[in-house]
Design a protein around this ligand. Sequence first.
Ligand code: N01
Length: 533
Amino acid sequence: MSSQESVDVVVVGAGFGGLYLAQKLKAEGIEFKVFEAGDGVGGTWYWNRYPGARCDIESMEYSYSFDDELQQEWEWSERYAGQAEILKYANHVADRYNLKEHIQFSTRVNSAIYDESTQTWVVTTSDNKVTRTQHCVMATGCLSSTNTPDFEGIKDFKGDTYHTGQWPHEGVDFTGKNVGIIGTGSSAIQSIPILAEQASHLTVFQRTANYSVPAHNHTLDPEYVTSIKDTYNAFRAQNRSNGFGASFEPDGVNAIESAKEVLDERYSEAWDRGGLGFLACFSDLMLDDEANKSARAFMHEKINAVVNDPAKAKLLSPNQTVGCKRLCADTGYFETYNLDHVDLVDVSEHPIEKLTESGLITDGKEYEFDAIVFATGFDAMTGALLSMDIRGKGGLTLAEKWAEGPKTFLGLGTSGFPNLFTVSGPGSPSVLTNMMVSIEQHVEWITECITYMRDKNLGAIEATPVAEENWVGHVNEVADQTLYPGCNSWYLGANVPGKPRVFMPYFGFPPYVEKCNEVAANGYEGFALSNQR
Ligand code: N01
């Protein structure tokens, strides 16, 4: 190793978590360095450049709230911002607070090894350099490690292949091409209508049908923007007090107690409004299967009304709980299946057997393509963390520690790994909320903790095994009171063969924040603090 640098904090990742950490640490005068694998900021929005990539949280909410000047000056153009605009925003933030000089781009963290004798982490990066740091903050994102199934013959295919989560920066023109796409999650549902506009033929391979509500995206009305900006801080505070950390919140009315007319009226209103607020139609939607069935029936009716071919409509109608896989928001998704050059192939019973030189085979039949798009998702929440060689006390690797699923206290720290923090880690609300809201709360908690340790000359902080065990039990207990664990979602790691089946996010933002605040107020109760050696 050629050289060794020392800082107080190493941050891994320059997405929205890493950027806000950089801004906070800089403001606190803490010495830090950010490593980022991409050659620019933005994380998710840097990598996911597939056609149609767009946020499913409204732009007036999907932005930082920590600086009123920032939220007042930035102008979003659409109700749901597209990838390019969000990336522009991330760059604006990085430039506004002069953060890029603290970020080393095009650099991956290969390993982080804890040195107990000095209470520091030794971080080795892809440029073969070593950085020693007291604290290591993993802002590596929940959906950043892509999942490409290990199909037999994947290397034999002579055409072009793309993964939605690692899309070429220069874009791809599919005009006149015969294209296959595997997957029908959010990424596929957003890209399929646009791929269909370009391709001469599009074949969608669906393993599990997904629910999707129309996004009804539109340019933002300046009067609406002004009305939000006039009371922006109150708007943000209200959202933080809601279960998903977003503007939609159930109002106490239960579906199981509602007459058919009320069900129809509320679902129709939510459908016409568009977006993920559909899940807030009734308070019991994610708690009671009978309640959820009414939403399923409504969604099936909508699909049947849009898709002309009854066989296709049936195939596109999911038979699982609405919302237990992440609900999608689309623009013209179901309508696309009315186009003559768009085919739908069900691979639920007959999995894709293999890829060949010219295409792929399922159910004994070969489909030929010029290009195949893998919209096959992510090794969510743990993938990016476990892709690094992280070793805590006694040389225990994080992969060994999490062999049966991730174990954390509050999704912020894990016992045996002192001074290692995760932003929106497993066991925190993260992906069940507006990510911006969760990211801000975590970054503020972590920065306050690091400042507290600095002010008290503390050397190490580590989740206690007891607090961790209780928290993991609590996360599962809360999840089991909901319908979330009921289907094969990435929340459970079910999309990645061999991944332990554990419900990873924590349901309920406000009680979670209360718990985090209580822990900090009680001198980081549940964490063991040690003096500097
Ligand atoms: O990934 P996914 P994604 N053979 O895991 C299928 C966020 N996001 O990238 O359901 C055949 O949802 C798999 O099938 P199944 C959002 O939180 C947000 O689309 O496992 N098919 C599934 O259909 C989202 O939930 C936005 O049976 C295979 C698909 O691939 C999350 O990211 C936009 C297969 C993967 O869907 C992930 O979304 C995009 C195989 N071997 C993403 N393996 C917005 O903000 C997997 N599949 C709007």
